[in-house]
Design a protein around this ligand. Sequence first.
Ligand SMILES: Cc1cc2nc3c(=O)[nH]c(=O)nc-3n(C[C@H](O)[C@H](O)[C@H](O)COP(=O)(O)OP(=O)(O)OC[C@H]3O[C@@H](n4cnc5c(N)ncnc54)[C@H](O)[C@@H]3O)c2cc1C
Length: 475
Amino acid sequence: MEQINTSARNTTSPAGSDQPRIVIIGAGPTGLAAGYRLRELGYRNFLMLEQREKVGGLAASETSPNGFIYDIGGHVLFSHYEYFDKLFDKLLGDEYQLLLRESWVWMCDRFLPYPFQNNIKYLPKEIVYECLMGVIEAQKQELDLTRFKNFEELIYGVFGKGIAKHFMMPYNFKVWAHPPKMMNKEWIGERVSVVDIARVLGNVVLDRDDAGWGPNSTFKYPRHGGTGGLFDRMRPYVQENLRLCTGVASVDVASKQVVLKDGSRESYDILLNTTPVDLLVKSIDGEVPDEVKCQAGRLRHSGSYIVGVGVEQPVPSKKCWMYFPEDNSPFYRVTYLSNYSPEVVPDASRYYSLLAEVSHSEFKPVNRATVVEDTIQGMINTKLLEESDRKDIVDAFLIERDYTYPTPSLERDCALKVLHPWLESRDIYSRGRFGAWRYEVGNMDHSVAQGVEWVNRILQDDRENELTYLAKRGC
Ligand SMILES: Cc1cc2nc3c(=O)[nH]c(=O)nc-3n(C[C@H](O)[C@H](O)[C@H](O)COP(=O)(O)OP(=O)(O)OC[C@H]3O[C@@H](n4cnc5c(N)ncnc54)[C@H](O)[C@@H]3O)c2cc1C
């Protein structure tokens, strides 16, 4: 792709004018950031199409009829990018809450601080013993990540049988809705710390607390509007180029047009897609090589039921979020959302809110009809609520999304190596959580960075950090 001449600034020229016309599909964090950056650089000849009536995508927030605001799953902001930090400050000023990144695991009828392996002393003695023996056994072999073929092998090889059985295997299945042996190990990157046996043993023998959070591990959360409050504030910057309630039905690669759900068409010179790349490929009108179709069909994902529960009581805990590996609850994580900001409940002196996340896939079907009740029962089973609290539940709100986690499956990296180059050869770029399909760079800050870096590449010929969208592993 040639570098674009941005000299003809401040125009809203249609396709065919000096400035190539950019169409962006989706106004989630990736699309919004691309639009924001285009305008920041003075580029005006672009159109952003969003199927919903609002911006923010998976990072939007929803308001229940009773006035409780819920995010689409617990969103904890952890920025890796200076650009993102500055953007956050510009958009929110001082209208944010600063919170401690603390997390807990609920197991065996008790809470232990996260990370699990450093706090097994809280568990019954026989489990502590099993976990310790497992780590010792695993560490008899020199740690060589290359010998593990998949995520399950890595779990057993790094953490040992005990931690695998009691936490890592059940918890990861609950989150990913895929067996860990179907997942690659590359996505983990620096996320899994090698188990420090001296530390694990020391914490047990010396009865030492070892939470992963310290005084500096804080995160910011918008004071108003939930997580989506941040992205709502980007909207005015791209408003002129944004069309809401405008779903894209298909892409005609031969004529370089997107076909909208109402049948009308929009021409593009360059297309930025931020919607699931497998759906994009399926929607293409015109010739798509069999290999591209086949690789798109090999990508795997899971969906979520997000259940928000509002309770008319003062909040009983200062906790932020908690993990639930056991099968006495359908959710893998619950957030005390009203501890993030008092503004997400109608009156924080009277109400608090819980946000539960339940994953689903073909390997882990979930009954939609009962998921709200099953979640409330799960909250009772795990002592977040008591049976007598049922009368104080004043809100129970279900948010459903089919695409929430792009699974880092064994086939993923090879599939992406085929998909992205072919799309780019047609002037279609696919970025963002499901556009690029790389979970490890699929958080809000990464998504914003992908949008910005893509614009920098197209307009200024800067190098995109290709790790953000292309897998580095050879196939
Ligand atoms: C359960 C869960 C927990 C998360 N937790 C965190 C966290 O703790 N921290 C963090 O930083 N991030 C978290 N994230 C990730 C965060 O939500 C994503 O990084 C971000 O939303 C991705 O932005 P995106 O623009 O790439 O994609 P999306 O947010 O998916 O946006 C894509 C947009 O495209 C639109 N669209 C789709 N199809 C069409 C079509 N055919 N036509 C027009 N428009 C279309 C959609 O409506 C949407 O607005 C979490 C996500 C989930 C689901």
